[in-house]
Design a protein around this ligand. Structure first.
Ligand SMILES: Nc1ncnc2c1ncn2[C@@H]1O[C@H](COP(=O)(O)OP(=O)(O)OP(=O)(O)O)[C@@H](O)[C@H]1O
Ligand SMILES: [Mg+2]
Length: 378
């Protein structure tokens, strides 16, 4: 038996099989037929060419929950089915009476109303002259299989709905975040413009310089924010990409050349990246401000590496170097204070010394809790 084959192999089409069958069945045809009918769990029916039901096997009566065959005897077979399937059944009967086999899957409740799905084969029964005399219909109960398939389809549909809802929420968040980004940028720009206006009013005096300084710091803060490119779909950002873009932006704004050494690929939370951005912005600003030699812009080198003690960030220049006895913790400058506050916030510390080129070298060792990465220098 090959139930899933599009067309079942016919014994009559195989002379070798036909001969064997004829020999084996000789004299016991009826007995064999009864055994097959009685032993099958499928619902097997014999249908007259006019579509009326002339026989249903015991297994069929059982699965169809029909107590007595007399209830359905001689009734049109198609009437046992829901009305919407009747055209399909009538066609199957017509096709079988013309010698063709039909297979289909359809829903039909039992006589007691129990819902059931059936896989049905309708085929011609020929007499010894090859003429179609009756129709055989075999219905297999596939309710469990269809229920499981429908459950899978339903689960897939629910999943697809959830994904679509999440996509829509993400798209909304993108728009919202873009709007927030835009507003933050505008707010930063307004504050910088206001401070610069005030600085111009106090041009030449100490208040003017302090205001100009404040404006520059806020402009840097805006750059640190702008380069974050927050993605609502991911909670972490690629630190190397962020540092590269920030260095390019700040370098461009301050007219400095910044060489970036190869950096490992590590991921970090945006808030930690923003803190690292603040530290780098201060160190780069210092290199530009204090690291130039007789009017020459300093050559600044920036490196990031993963070390046993933590994530190392180095900013060095080829300027005159740090003043004698320099202690980054001791000064009154805002830059060093900003660096050490953010460094301790990220579980680290900062050290200062001389670079290979004779300039200043700052190294910040950090242990940001959000850090994830392979640590391989790339
Ligand atoms: N790259 C550098 N080269 C030489 N000296 C430096 C360098 N970076 C910092 N310094 C020294 O360290 C001091 C403290 O730096 P800090 O950034 O704290 O203050 P600042 O730059 O003077 O002022 P601000 O408060 O505007 O940052 C500087 O005044 C400078 O003497
Ligand atoms: Mg400074």
């Amino acid at each position: 038996m090959c139930p899933d084959a599009p067309v079942a192999p016919h014994t009559s089409d195989r002379p070798d099989l036909a001969q064997r069958a004829a020999r084996a069945l000789a004299g016991v045809e009826t007995g064999i037929a009864f055994s097959l009918l009685d032993g099958s769990p499928d619902c097997i029916k014999l249908i007259e060419l006019d579509g009326s039901l002339s026989y249903m096997n015991p297994g069929g009566l059982c699965v169809m929950e029909i107590e007595d065959f007399a209830q359905v005897a001689d009734r049109p077979w198609s009437e046992l089915w829901p009305a919407e399937h009747r055209p399909l059944l009538d066609k199957a009967i017509r096709d079988a009476s013309e010698g063709r086999v039909t297979r289909f899957e359809a829903f039909c409740p039992t006589a007691r109303g129990t819902p059931r799905w059936w896989q049905v084969t309708v085929s011609p029964v020929r007499n010894t002259h090859g003429t179609v005399e009756r129709i055989l219909s075999i219905s297999r109960d596939v309710t469990d299989m269809v229920t499981a398939r429908r459950q899978r389809e339903e689960q897939a549909r629910i999943l697809a709905d959830e994904v679509a809802q999440k996509d829509a929420a993400l798209a909304r968040q993108h728009v919202l975040l873009g709007e927030i980004d835009h507003r933050v940028k505008n707010s930063f720009a307004s504050v910088v413009a206001l401070l610069r206006m005030k600085a111009r009013a106090h041009r030449g005096d100490a208040a003017g310089m302090a205001l100009e300084d404040a404006a520059n710091r806020i402009a840097t803060l805006a750059r640190v924010h702008e380069q974050l490119h927050l993605d609502p779909g991911s909670s972490l950002i690629a630190l190397a990409d962020y540092i590269r873009e920030l260095a390019l932006d700040i370098g461009g704004a301050l007219g400095a050349r910044i060489e970036l050494l190869p950096m490992p690929s590590v991921q970090i939370a945006p808030s930690d990246a923003a803190a690292i951005g603040q530290i780098l912005a201060e160190l780069i600003a210092n290199a530009v401000r204090h690291g130039g030699r007789s009017g020459h812009a300093p050559q600044i080198r920036l490196a990031m590496a993963q070390k046993a003690q933590g994530l190392s960030l180095v900013v060095e220049d080829d300027g005159p170097g740090l003043p004698e006895g320099f202690d980054p913790e001791a000064g009154t400058g805002l830059g060093m204070q900003v660096c050490s506050i953010y460094a301790s916030q990220l579980g680290g510390s900062m050290s200062a010394g001389a670079s290979d080129q004779g300039g200043a070298r700052f190294e910040v060792l950090l242990n940001p809790p959000s850090l994830q990465g392979d640590g391989a220098a790339g």
